[in-house]
Design a protein around this ligand. Sequence first.
Ligand code: SF4
Length: 353
Amino acid sequence: MRTVVITGGPCAGKTTALGALRALSERAGVPAIFVPEAATDLIIGGVAPWTCASMLEFQTRVMALQLEREAEAMSQAEAAAQAERRANPDVLVVCDRGICDSHAYLDDDDYARALTANGLAEGDVLARYDAVFHLETIAKTSPEAYTKANNRARFENASEAAAVDDRGVAAWAAHPNFHVIPSYADFERKTAALVDAMREFAGIDLRERTQSSPILVSACLLGEPCRYDARSVPCDAVRTLGRDHELVPVCPEQLGGLPTPRIPSEIQPDERVADREGNDRTDAFLAGAQAALRIAREHGCRKAILKAKSPSCGVHEVYDGSFSGIVIPGQGITAALLADAGLEIVDETQVRP
Ligand code: SF4
């Protein structure tokens, strides 16, 4: 069982990130218990800094509710662990803020008082959590994009929000597994950075596995020495996709029965395929394309990443048939067949590293 805190300054995209984590944990099959933010619920319920006698009173109440919720979450996590019947179940408790967040609103003395009132010792608080991920508020990088409109419990203006963010970082900085996720304007990018950090620093892998949607790939891009000259053209960006996808390698020219090495071929102006010595290779290219399509269907591939400019695999351009290195717009024989069959086709230049 592991307990993580997702925290951050006001307007940090925390709600969006937590929603994404919830969906990802379900898809990844990782049992997760989410602890909602105590301060927000108190404010919405009518207990706010401005209704309490002091910020100390309010934060003492926040801590009390946080502790109650964490205890309930731990008991739910233990029940989930037992239900899983595994010796060391990978149950996750995700806290929307944690005890130390109160320190962002209290000076050292009042923070110590709030801890004492809740039966906590300052030295023990950090150890409650295995990892802490702080989402930086957008108020620090793009104050004009900061808003209070999407949260009834948010009361800080942009400069106050930035200052709270700094104090929040200071409050958690001593945690041995503390990480700051920078403020990207794009929430998807921020969530992806959070998921990556959770995997890298806490060993929690919530990446969406897409094994159900394998990708057809030109074998030479994966290091197969299947080109006409018996060499390969390995592409790291494509090979890296293998961490998340099943990659299905095919070499249509080999599948069509052509030997390796072989005399290079190009598509001719009359759409037949001929090798450099004038031998007609059209039938072999068509057979290889049909075989590649059959394999794509057998594996359920909806996408193909193909080698650029090849007379079989080229997606946007091919050589013009003169064997003089001139490329023209067009598709290879296999690429065209896959596209006609409804597969999304791209070449390796379109795969981001
Ligand atoms: Fe690579 Fe495609 Fe040529 Fe085979 S046919 S070597 S997979 S480009």
